[in-house]
Design a binder for this molecule. Structure first.
Ligand SMILES: NC(=O)c1ccc[n+]([C@@H]2O[C@H](COP(=O)([O-])OP(=O)(O)OC[C@H]3O[C@@H](n4cnc5c(N)ncnc54)[C@H](OP(=O)(O)O)[C@@H]3O)[C@@H](O)[C@H]2O)c1
Length: 308
């Protein structure tokens, strides 16, 4: 047996349980990974609450989580057994990473650069590949000015840096409390709240807009005169349909190739993944309570192997 986050119904944070489950076994072309860290994401909270129950239902009992980093413990047929012991970063599509063990196809893991800590590696997949896809979608180029809402969140902190790596001037829409982190990453803070449109207009021409927050940012970007093909939202699909803007995120960015590229950038010190807090698996409810307050700087991760 091993421990895993389990849900038996839709609901609030208190439906999240950590229970004993059968340890998964790797089948052909699969690897069994002992999970050291698993990132948590707001989309999982929406699934848990039943927001997508018609289009994307859960089957109970359900596990939870896509992101993970860990050590290959065993391999299935067709996988080179010298991989046992390898440190990897990966992802599952089975809502299953918040657990002591996860089984995935070998193609869904990539080597973890030695310089990445477990918590950073474990929080990289969803936020990183989403940020990568969003920056690519609006075709950020050297000399552009790009505005990014939710600039201090899990996706935003990576999107601002990926836009900068392409040579853009980056405006980070966030609270003044995030001024220090943004300045340290050469991002210009534009505080959200009343008067935001005027503050953005005062900056001058804005070439592209990445929305990671919803709540009217797509309309704001359109009102600022930004071309619709250079506006991308990862959350406000109704506004995207209404205004004809892009919606590229994890669905197109979530590949092993993109994950490997992000791991390389982090490993080389070109990309910083801030981890606000790492919780033991047993504190999964506390971890989501913090995430769902909506003011996390960077990522929150769970540590199924315990802290340290
Ligand atoms: N489509 C996809 O593929 C995809 C993938 C991943 C995530 N998502 C969605 O994208 C959203 C962001 O995900 P995430 O992981 O980055 O979330 P997150 O880490 O929870 O985002 C929290 C951030 O939101 C900021 N924020 C709060 N109120 C704001 C406001 N009025 N204006 C601007 N920023 C504000 C906070 O900034 P302060 O602390 O400064 O207040 C905080 O840094 C979620 O809704 C998630 O479900 C979609």
């Amino acid at each position: 047996m091993s421990q895993a986050v389990q849900l038996h119904q839709y609901g609030d944070v208190d439906v999240l349980k950590v229970e004993d489950v059968a340890q998964p076994t790797p089948e052909t072309d699969q690897v069994l990974v002992r999970v050291k860290a698993a990132g948590i994401n707001p989309g999982e909270a929406s699934i848990r609450k039943g927001v997508f129950k018609d289009s994307w239902p859960s089957t109970f009992p359900s596990g939870q989580g896509s992101d993970f980093a860990g050590i290959i413990e065993a391999v299935g047929e067709g996988v080179d057994d010298t991989l046992i012991g390898a440190e990897v970063i990966g992802f599952t599509h089975d809502r299953a990473s918040q657990a002591e063990f996860v089984v995935v196809p070998q193609t869904q893991v990539t080597p973890k650069p030695a310089s990445l800590s477990w918590d950073v590696a474990g929080g990289l997949f969803v936020a990183g590949t989403t940020a990568y896809a969003a920056v690519r979608a609006v075709d950020v180029k050297a000399g552009d000015t790009v505005a990014i809402s939710g600039a201090s969140g899990g996706v935003g902190t990576l999107a601002v840096q990926l836009a900068q790596l392409r040579g853009a001037r980056v405006l980070g829409i966030a609270s003044p409390a995030r001024a220090e982190w943004l300045a340290a990453h050469d991002v210009e803070l534009v505080p959200y709240g009343d008067g935001l449109k005027e503050r953005l207009e005062a900056v001058g021409r804005i070439d592209a807009f990445i929305d990671t927050r919803g709540q009217g940012y797509v309309q704001l970007a359109v009102d600022l005169g930004i071309p619709r093909e250079r506006i991308n939202t990862i959350i406000d699909f109704a506004a995207a349909k209404h205004y004809g803007v892009k919606t590229e995120g994890n669905g197109v960015g979530g590949t092993t190739e993109v994950l490997s590229e992000l791991a390389r950038l982090v490993g080389e010190g070109q990309l910083d993944v801030p981890v606000a807090r790492a919780y033991p698996l047993a504190q999964v409810q506390e971890a989501y309570r913090e995430l769902e307050r909506g003011h996390t700087l960077g990522k929150i991760v769970l540590l199924p192997g315990g802290v340290g």
